[in-house]
Design a protein around this ligand. Structure first.
Ligand SMILES: *Cc1c(COP(=O)(O)O)cnc(C)c1O
Length: 392
């Protein structure tokens, strides 16, 4: 029997709701990956990605694999065995960066911050002084496990000032908050399709600066991963060059990503960021009216990923279950250190819209009342509505 998924509203840490325009792009006829029309699509996709990342980097492309592959590609290409890398960790994904560094045969010097706090710039500065021979600084711009944003501009500048490469995870950041690759002077920046681009999961947009590209072409050792070796991938994605077969691009997934990027371009980067921010503020107003609080300090909050403290005495899993069963609404559980302590409410891409904020606040109110919390029914929705009115 064919598989027919239920219709859900996806307000977790990803995948986010996919725009129907993207789903219909996905269903268009498959053509050959070396068809001139497909090559035209690849070129356009690259230009659109440069727009999304705000970069003129020639080496900008979508990897044919999810965000995790973008992370791996950054490390296997830029780091060689014996290197030292300063890795900032303030949640789950910094830990994965450490793992990547070590698997390359390099040493990770860890700069650790609390889960829920931003990367501390002073600590990074200190690590640079202590390990001046480090070749790169890696950090997570938008930590999806905690809902924190770190100061990418400042961290990339620290790296550049000390002759180190910067490796930036903005899987959850792209299209939700400012990503300014050239303005930051960042060297390797990767993202994913399933977060604020609201595309189907499975691709990883990636960009390398010319400095990073030089590092890759001058490596002493071959990249350990054949599939992620940028020297080979470049031959497939390079502009103007004769495309050399490397692997078969996921043709339809690229139709989908092209459409997602087109939607972003039509809306405009600044409008997209502003929309994420205003829906975040409305959600926050509703959550506060329900007596709930956000984990992260106001100035470090990601508008697209809201980590909410579970009040004492509330069965957090039962609340999520009720949301899914009665409202077909998915929100995320806590991850790692925050498991059982928080809900993660995503307002990413197409999912970041007022009707979703209202649905989520309404459903949470019902679920919390069901957990015997005494609440003034309807007050939270009124707070959401008032917030939207005030923003007009
Ligand atoms: C989701 C995510 C990833 C991994 O992306 P996948 O598409 O799940 O492989 C990496 N880093 C961060 C910060 C993420 O949120």
């Amino acid at each position: 029997m064919s598989f027919h998924p239920p219709l859900r509203t996806l307000m977790g840490p990803g995948p986010s709701d996919v725009n129907p325009r993207i789903l219909s792009a996905l269903a268009r006829p498959t053509i050959g990956h070396l068809d001139p029309e497909f090559i035209r699509l690849m070129d356009e996709t690259k230009t659109l990605l440069q727009y999304a990342f705000q970069t003129g980097n020639e080496l900008t492309l979508p990897l044919s694999a999810p965000g995790s592959a973008g992370m791996e590609a950054a490390f296997v290409n830029l780091i060689e065995p014996g290197d030292t890398v300063i890795v900032c960790q303030n949640g789950v994904f910094g830990g994965r960066m450490k793992e990547n560094v070590e698997r390359v045969g390099a040493t990770a010097v860890m700069v650790i911050d609390d889960w829920g706090a931003a990367v501390d710039i002073e600590k990074v500065q200190h690590a640079i002084t202590e390990y001046p021979h480090a070749t790169a600084i890696a950090f997570v711009h938008a930590e999806t496990s905690t809902g924190v944003q770190s100061d990418a501009r400042a961290l990339c500048k620290l790296a550049a000032d000390d002759g180190m490469l910067s490796i930036v995870d903005t899987v959850t950041g792209l299209a939700g908050i400012e990503v300014d690759v050239d303005g930051w002077g960042a060297d390797a920046v990767y993202s994913g399709t399933q977060k604020c681009l609201s595309c189907v999961p499975g691709l990883s947009p990636l960009t390398f600066s010319t400095r990073a590209q030089t590092r890759i072409s001058n490596r002493k050792t071959p990249v350990q991963s054949w599939f992620l070796d940028m020297n080979l991938v470049m031959g497939y994605w390079g502009k103007g060059t004769q495309r050399a077969y490397h692997h078969t691009a996921p043709v339809n997934a690229l139709y989908a990503m092209h459409e997602a990027l087109l939607i972003l371009k039509e809306e405009g980067l600044h409008n997209s960021w502003a929309r994420h921010q205003s829906n975040h503020l409305a959600l926050k107003a509703g959550l506060e009216a329900l007596g709930l609080s956000l984990v992260v300090k106001e100035q470090d909050r990601l508008p697209q990923l809201n980590a909410v403290s579970v009040p004492p005495g509330i069965d957090e899993a039962a609340v999520r279950k009720q949301l899914l069963n009665q409202y077909s609404l998915e929100i995320g559980a806590g991850l790692g250190q925050l498991a059982g302590k928080v809900w993660r409410i995503g307002l990413m891409g197409y999912a970041s819209r007022p009707s979703n904020v209202r649905l989520c606040v309404h459903a949470l109110e019902a679920a919390l009342i069901n957990q015997n919390l005494t609440l003034d029914r309807g007050a939270a929705i009124s707070a959401v509505n008032k917030c939207y009115e005030d923003m007009q």
